[in-house]
Design a protein around this ligand. Structure first.
Ligand code: BGC
Length: 762
């Protein structure tokens, strides 16, 4: 089955889209799929290179600024552009640039090799003067050497003796993309980087930049070498901001160019130039093909644990692998960074991390690559102090309130009704720690990081909630649905807070038993007394979960059902997404959801409600949900499968799976929709296969859409590797490593060993 995503597009609009689709990344660096040779002047492009978490601090301008509104925010910066390689053909007095938009394009293909972890462009081109050649551009951002962005070009002459001039550039004169009309994209396009060092030797070019306010530094060291003998090097500086390496030769046999760009920032290295030189020296002995082989080995180990196969629909197979691949490329692996809403593929949402990671992305990493999941979880631990401070700013005496959107831990949302008010993010983070524990049984991680996060987030709920008529209630928050804001008793928030409180209590007992000395130290550190634990449990037990007895559904909040329904029939298609056409207050007055809210809560904590209530709620909310957020369809797919609507589950899944490949939301140019990509994995594993992680074990409710002959995936459970296959005639579970696993299929318990696979005949 296919490991390639291919395109022949040369039109400007598709190329803009492909900048996101064909980006290369490794969790540290992300390079958009811009063309080495650039585009015609008038063409819209977002030329971007990013370092995960590399940001500047910018002021948030307010007309009216009230107490505890964040004054500053972080913004991911587009850094030094080292993608440029222009190939010019012809004599000194008349040169033509090899490009998709000049001369004659005889053939052109672009390929993303999902198994190799590289992208490739093959261009068969003829100049107006009749020089003909084939150029093969390969790129990788290395998983072996985190700092390396590698370009490797092969030029094959078709006509004889072609005079060539190659210009390789490193350009520090860059800024971010801005769009004043789209709230999902930054509106400020001020230049935020200045050159702090620019130098070159015969071997390499070095450019270092400094941010305006955060005073962080980023640098690139770039080397170029060609296999041809007849070359002459020259360096130029354009306005003191970029370095060009110019090479001339006569092309009469195949020739290669190897450009290595090493990228780093001052949060990782003190001496950027020295460090990059050392990394360059270390990898100098490895050829491109050796580095490409290491890349492929890394990918193979990722796919061995992570691949999902679908029998019966190649388009979907392509999509699911594409999505998994980009998730890997975007995931911070250093414990200090996470996965931005657009990963490292673009600047949408300014590189901020949201709840997307915990609810939509960690499930995949936790079940397939737990070592990477730990890093993502650790990131939240690393910003726990900021969350504690934010809780204080918001008037709470104790606890941790995680920021709605952030890079380094402080709140970056200036619109609090759909930002800070989404207190649920703290419960979401707690939930992801619990799920990690249930999947891995990793008590040491729980001890070192998880318990503290759970205790501090649980404290927040005691602070923000209150008792009325013996019920514990939470007022003035916003749930996941951003078309309904600042409400009392959002079902999602309350049920997730309950889970948070319950598990803070459970983790505490567990740690107390495992390591009483450590427990005492932690208690002292947090000034925690035992009565607090009791209060966690009492609040959880008394948590008010809204229920409408007439409709048999969980109301989204106390007032949702009292509102008038949005006039869907009278809303023209071009008025979606509503957020770009209506004032928020207009939207807030109606029953209309941007995304799954109560339905998502039913997925995450299913044992709180009966099948009947979940199904009735699904029916109800489906009619008022626009899915204007890309975080929605996958949830309707999973829950469709859960409540017995397999056809609906399939339809929603199709929207999810190819959302970026087919640019369904029209904004993939700004970056890929990471949460939705994780949602594709969830829709298969938690949707069609019905997997749930519960305290007493691993559960499945396998179903197969009629369009498919089967699907298969791997997961890790308590350190053991399982292969799950659902086919038309059978459901099979194999234990590939480990001793024994107990699991529940349609609530019936089975035990599996390495010698004894489970085969259930359908
Ligand atoms: C969604 C949020 C999400 C954010 C970033 C918004 O459109 O409503 O739930 O966290 O995008 O992906």
């Amino acid at each position: 089955m296919s490991w390639k995503v291919q395109s022949n597009a040369t039109d400007i609009n598709t190329l803009l889209l492909e900048e996101s689709l064909f980006f290369n990344g490794n969790g540290y660096i992300g390079i958009r799929g811009n063309l080495e040779e650039g585009l015609p002047k008038h063409a819209k492009t977002i030329r971007g290179s990013y370092i995960n978490g590399f940001h500047d601090i910018v002021d948030i301008p307010y007309g009216e600024k009230l107490f505890a509104f964040p004054e500053k925010q972080q913004k991911l910066l587009n850094i030094i552009d080292a993608q440029g390689i222009e190939i010019w053909v012809g004599e000194d007095n008349y040169r033509e640039k090899v490009s998709l938009h000049s001369g004659e394009v005889l053939d052109y293909t672009r390929i993303l090799h999902l198994d190799k972890g590289i992208t490739e462009r093959v261009l068969h081109w003829k100049s107006n003067k009749g020089y003909e050649l084939i150029v093969n551009f390969k790129r990788l951002v290395s998983f072996h050497t985190r700092e390396l962005f590698h370009q490797f070009i092969t030029l094959t002459p078709v006509s004889k003796d072609i005079p060539i001039q190659i210009v390789s550039s490193v350009n520090g004169d860059v800024k971010n993309f801005a769009d004043k009309d789209d709230p999902r994209v930054a509106s400020d396009d001020e230049k935020r980087l200045s050159i702090s060092n620019l130098s070159w030797t015969d071997e390499s070019s070095f450019v270092e930049v400094q941010t305006k306010s955060s005073k962080l530094h980023a640098a690139v060291l770039s080397t170029v070498s060609v296999s041809s003998e007849s070359i002459s090097y020259r360096y130029e500086i354009n306005d003191g901001a970029s370095i060009q390496t110019i090479m001339k030769m006569i092309l009469n046999k195949e020739m290669t160019l190897d450009k290595r760009t090493f990228i780093a920032d001052s949060t990782r290295y003190e001496d950027l130039q020295g460090s990059l030189l050392a990394i360059n020296n270390k990898t100098a002995s490895l050829s491109f093909s050796e580095l490409a082989k290491l890349q492929q080995e890394y990918m193979a180990s990722f796919w061995n644990k992570t691949d999902v196969t679908i029998d019966g629909e190649d388009q979907i197979q392509e999509a699911i692998r594409f999505n998994l691949y980009h998730l890997l490329q975007s995931a911070g692996q250093d414990g200090k960074t996470s996965i931005a809403a657009k990963g490292l593929s673009g600047e949408g949402y300014e590189g901020h991390y949201f709840w997307d990671t915990e609810i939509y992305l960690l499930p995949m990493f936790t079940m397939t690559n737990p070592e990477l999941a730990r890093k993502l979880l650790h990131y939240r631990y690393s910003i726990l102090d900021s969350a504690r401070e934010r809780a204080k700013e918001m008037g709470h005496k104790k606890g941790a309130l995680y920021p709605w959107r952030t890079i380094i831990g402080t709140e970056c949302s200036s619109y609090y009704p759909a930002g800070t008010a989404q207190y649920h993010i703290s419960a979401d983070i707690a939930y992801s720690y619990v799920q990690y524990y249930l999947a891995t049984n990793d008590k040491s991680f729980l001890k070192d990081f998880g318990t503290e996060v759970l205790l501090e987030t649980a404290r927040l709920w005691l602070e923000v909630g209150h008792y009325q008529h013996n019920e514990f209630r939470i007022d003035a928050v916003t749930g996941p649905d951003e078309y309904t804001a600042i409400v009392n008793n959002n079902y999602y928030t309350n049920v997730m807070a309950k889970y948070n409180l319950q598990w803070a209590h459970k983790f505490s007992l567990l740690i107390q038993e495992e390591d009483p000395i450590y427990w005492q130290t932690l208690k002292n550190k947090l000034s925690l007394d035992d009565s607090e634990l009791e209060r966690f449990l009492s609040a959880a037990n008394a948590m008010y979960l809204p229920m409408d007895k007439t409709l048999n559904i969980n109301p989204q909040d106390d007032t949702f059902l009292q509102k008038e329904k949005w006039d869907f029939e009278g809303t023209p298609t071009e008025h979606y997404p509503l957020l770009l056409h209506y004032h928020p207050l207009t939207i807030y007055r109606y029953q209309v959801c941007k995304q799954a809210d109560t339905v998502l809560a039913h997925f995450l904590v299913e044992d709180e409600q009966s099948e009947y209530v979940m199904k009735a709620s699904y029916n109800y909310y489906e009619k008022v949900t626009t899915h204007d957020s890309s975080l929605s369809s996958c949830v309707y797919s999973m829950m469709g499968a859960r409540v017995g609507y397999l056809d609906k589950a399939y339809d929603y899944f199709i929207e999810t799976a190819r959302l970026d490949l087919d640019n369904i939301q029209g904004n993939t140019k700004d970056g890929l929709h990471m949460a939705n990509m994780g949602g594709t994995w969830m829709a298969i594993v938690a949707g069609f296969a019905g997997m749930r992680l519960k305290e007493n074990g691993l559960y499945f409710r396998p179903q197969l859409p009629k369009q498919w002959d089967g699907y298969a995936f791997h997961i890790q459970y308590h350190g053991q590797l399982l292969m799950i296959r659902n086919q038309k005639d059978s459901f099979i579970v194999e234990l590939l490593s480990g001793d024994q696993v107990d699991l529940y299929i349609w609530d019936k318990k089975y035990t599996i060993t390495t010698d004894n696979s489970l085969v259930i005949t359908n």
